[in-house]
Design a protein around this ligand. Structure first.
Ligand SMILES: O=C(O)CCC(=O)C(=O)O
Ligand SMILES: [Fe+2]
Length: 541
């Protein structure tokens, strides 16, 4: 037991240091790969025990039977962790299954034979390779991400339970995982979602032989009743229990009487409200589909743009007219994108947003991803920066004294990872109590980028798409009904500031939740300083 205690202690300590798995699909893929090593070592242990005619406990054998099929699948499929349902399984195994295996085999008072020592060594290696062992926090965050994905994309819960998400196969969810999801939904004020999952589980149980002491129809109906009770629908909670009281479930009588006694029909809401106000509906709709009319679409166009190098042209697609949102195609090669992604993984940190008081930064559920800054001191990065300058006509040079653009900010999104609607400008007026200068200073100081001092606000954004995403993850502009799809090798570009220097409110934008895939982007924020010839100030505009 000491082992398990130590493990969870280490996990919670790392948490304070900011460790977490769910906020990067890349990190999850590492976890999936490393899990294969654990399985091999575990199998080897069991084989040696059997060969030596030592007994293997029933519990260990059961754990091996449970772990072998999914881990073999996960290990062989490099895209396994890119599906959020698989990710929920994967994290669950690391939190609930592997610690039990280790606790049994590596228990403190046990004598460790060679096979156990080998397993221990593998555990140490894996632990070092994954940086951080997932914990309950990751399970909860992953469950919340799944719930959020349903709120955004309305996937079919029955299909997901049976292992199909948007037509893609994944591991089916078992009743205890669904119950966990329901409890987390109910505790996270997502009562409508809790109810839907509960009802889906009831449907599932009708066709399943899975009945145990804890997960059966009566238990789920009781859970459903608590959800209605929580939503203030006590009468409905009592009604749900009626069939149980009539079929001899006397243990439910007390609960039933409790609900019955507090029923107040007049003040009961008619139904559980949807989780609507948390996300702007235009944002959600755009995440699902392009919403421009055929007429609006017919006004959009493409062209080859000139640059200061005569033979170098940009392939430009205009995805919105006013303000212009550009999509440049084929502006980063596969090798360059791979280099960016790989370099970034060496310096990942959980993405942050500006703090409420305008000072400093904080992590927040509105931005679920990992971030790294790449500087122009690397040739390949410098060339990409120069290309941004060529294609946009803006000055993107950087030096140790003063830079016209920020270094690349590389982002890998997590499970259901997204970035809620925001402005990229620092003086965005979102925080009226504090002058924007405070924000500018925060960015400079928190990122250790003194060369950006005095270079003004983020006049424009260049957003590289560093790989394709299977489902979800579009960049959307809710105020101008615009959706930019993720296309590997392309980059979105727009001006954040009006010529008079204020934030253009039309540029409010968001990274939609990623459903399936690992989304990587590279931001290049271009500063006001030095752009007077390409984008002169105009106090009237
Ligand atoms: O990921 C996206 O599509 C948008 C990212 C973004 O807006 C940002 O990082 O500021
Ligand atoms: Fe942004």
């Amino acid at each position: 037991m000491k082992f398990v205690w130590t493990l969870s202690y280490v996990c919670s300590f790392l948490h304070i240091l900011g460790g977490e798995i769910f906020s990067s699909v890349y990190k999850l893929s590492i976890l999936a790969k490393e899990e294969g090593k654990l399985l091999e070592a575990f199998k080897k242990y069991v084989t040696i025990q059997n060969n030596d005619q030592k007994s293997v406990s029933f519990e260990l054998q059961r754990l091996l039977n449970d772990l072998e099929p999914p881990v073999s699948q996960s290990y062989q499929d490099p895209k396994y962790a890119e599906n959020p349902i698989n990710a929920y399984h994967l994290i669950g195994r690391f939190v609930y299954k592997w610690p039990v295996v280790f606790a049994i085999i590596l228990c403190e008072d046990c004598e460790l034979d060679e096979a156990a020592l080998h397993l221990n060594m593998t555990y140490q290696t894996v632990n070092a390779n994954i940086d951080y062992w997932p914990d309950d926090y990751d399970v909860k965050a992953t469950a919340q991400a799944l719930l959020r994905l349903r709120i955004f994309y309305y996937f079919n819960i029955d299909e997901v339970i049976n292992g199909v998400l948007f037509g893609e196969h994944c591991q089916p969810l078992n009743p205890s995982q669904i119950i966990k999801l329901i409890r987390i939904a109910a505790d996270s004020s997502m009562l409508h979602e809790a109810r839907l999952w509960c009802e889906a589980l009831l449907r599932k149980l009708q066709f399943s032989s899975h009945l145990d002491e804890y997960i059966n129809e009566a238990a789920i109906l009781r859970l459903l009743a608590t959800i209605f009770n929580k939503a203030g629908m006590v009468g409905r909670a009592a009604d749900i229990l009626v069939p149980l009281t009539q079929s001899g479930h006397s243990e439910i009588d007390q609960e039933y009487e409790f609900y019955k006694n507090i029923v107040n029909e007049t003040s009961e809401p008619p139904d559980i409200p949807l989780v609507t106000d948390e996300y702007d509906s235009q944002y959600k709709q755009l995440c699902r589909e392009n919403r421009k009319t055929p007429q609006e679409l017919s006004e959009l166009y493409c062209y080859l743009s000139n640059t200061s190098i005569p033979y170098y042209k940009g392939k430009v697609e205009i995805v919105n007219l006013q303000p212009v949102i550009y999509l440049f195609h084929d502006v980063i090669s596969n090798d360059e994108a791979a280099y960016f992604r790989n370099e970034a993984t060496k310096k990942f940190e959980r993405s942050v947003v500006l703090g409420d008081d305008g000072k400093g930064f904080k992590t927040d559920k509105v931005r679920v991803s990992q971030t790294a800054w790449l500087f122009d001191n690397i040739g390949i990065v410098k060339r990409a920066t120069r290309r941004v300058g060529l294609l946009t006509g803006l000055v993107t040079t950087s030096s140790t004294n003063s830079s016209n653009a920020e270094p690349f900010q590389i982002v890998n999104y997590g499970i259901g990872g997204m970035y809620n609607p925001h402005f990229d400008t620092l003086n965005s007026g979102l925080d009226k109590a504090r002058p924007g200068d405070e924000r500018l200073r925060s960015v400079v100081e928190a990122n250790g980028l003194p060369e950006l001092r005095g270079t003004g606000d983020r006049i424009a954004t260049w957003l590289y798409y560093l790989n394709d995403v299977e489902v979800g993850g579009a960049t959307v502009f809710p105020n101008i009904n615009t959706r930019v799809p993720v296309i590997k090798g392309a980059a979105a570009f727009w001006y954040n500031l009006l010529p008079r220097g204020q934030t253009d409110n039309r540029t409010l934008h968001a990274g939609c939740p990623v459903v399936i895939g690992s989304k990587w982007v590279g931001n290049k924020w271009i500063r006001e300083a030095g752009q007077m010839f390409k984008r002169p100030c105009d106090i009237h505009m």
